[in-house]
Design a protein around this ligand. Structure first.
Ligand code: ADP
Ligand code: MG
Length: 261
């Protein structure tokens, strides 16, 4: 039997150090080690492992909350067979997060419902599992936020929210109405992240249409230049909407490409 007074002291010392899981487990681990004649190192490994696992879980859970995903879906939930326009091998390669290490961007293009947001969120969730910080925002919310921050004189602070994470996901670019200020903010953001952090961007317009979107072809070119310099584009052109797949199957809709909503 382990010295109980000493054990109580050790438990409370571990708790003081913030090693809660070790404090909870130390009695059992010590008992187990004594019974199996385990080495000191094996005992320590047995004690440390659950503490580290629990910390990793807590980190992931709190980062998932902070990331602001609209839903939680993973690559395992993505039916690649349904969407042959998506190169599964490329997506699996992206899921290694090497692109974030290289500060590259990923652009997902395609009509509504083809899984752009799903893939962006899944890569973001994968990033967090790899201890890479990720933040999700729609293009609309982003420009709205930066416009408001400008009025309040807090632009620099708010910009940091979008420049700090290792991976920034900007969803639904083309639904946002952009004026000159929005375009300038977008340029600043893309410039500040350029070669320093990754962006996953989803859009339902091809690059040729971006000049009109930003109301300024020169600025649009400057943004695209930086965005695309180190990037991978996944073009889900002609993809079927997953949202409408049952209706399509039932013959309610044709099987042709679905127009942007
Ligand atoms: P988009 O952003 O391209 O408009 P979403 O990613 O929001 O489309 O997808 C619409 C819905 O369909 C979501 O619930 C998403 O999880 C689901 N979905 C889309 N494509 C697939 C797929 N290939 N496999 C599984 N679910 C899918
Ligand atoms: Mg979407």
């Amino acid at each position: 039997m382990i010295e109980s007074a000493q054990l109580l002291t050790v438990e409370s010392q571990l708790a003081t150090l913030g090693l809660e899981v070790m404090a909870q487990n130390v009695a059992t681990c010590a008992e187990r080690a004594a019974q199996s004649n385990a080495s000191y190192v094996a005992f320590l490994a047995d004690l440390l492992e659950p503490e580290l696992r629990s910390r990793q879980d807590r980190w992931v859970q709190s980062r998932l909350k902070l990331a602001g995903f609209p839903f939680r879906k993973t690559l395992a939930d993505f039916d690649f067979a349904f969407q042959p326009a998506v190169d599964e091998r490329l997506v699996r390669e992206l899921a290694t997060l090497a692109f974030v290490e290289r500060h590259e961007n990923v652009i997902l293009l395609g009509p509504p419902g083809v899984g752009k947001t799903h893939l962006a969120v899944a890569l973001g969730m994968e990033a967090i599992q790899h201890r890479v910080t990720a933040y999700f925002v729609t293009a609309h919310a982003l420009v709205h936020d930066l416009r408001q921050a400008t009025r309040r004189g807090t632009l620099e602070q708010r910009l940091r929210v979008y420049t700090k994470p290792n991976l920034l996901i900007v969803d639904e670019l083309t639904y946002a109405p952009f004026d000159a200020t929005d375009a300038t903010h977008s340029f600043r953001l893309v410039s500040e992240r350029y070669e320093r952090g990754s962006i996953i961007l989803t859009a339902n317009r091809s690059y040729g249409e971006w000049g009109a979107l930003f109301n300024d072809p020169v600025l649009a070119t400057a943004i695209l230049d930086r965005l695309l310099h180190h990037s991978v584009t996944i073009n889900i052109k002609g993809g079927q909407s997953y949202r409408l797949k049952d209706k399509t199957r039932a013959g309610i809709l044709g099987t042709t490409e679905v127009e942007p909503a």
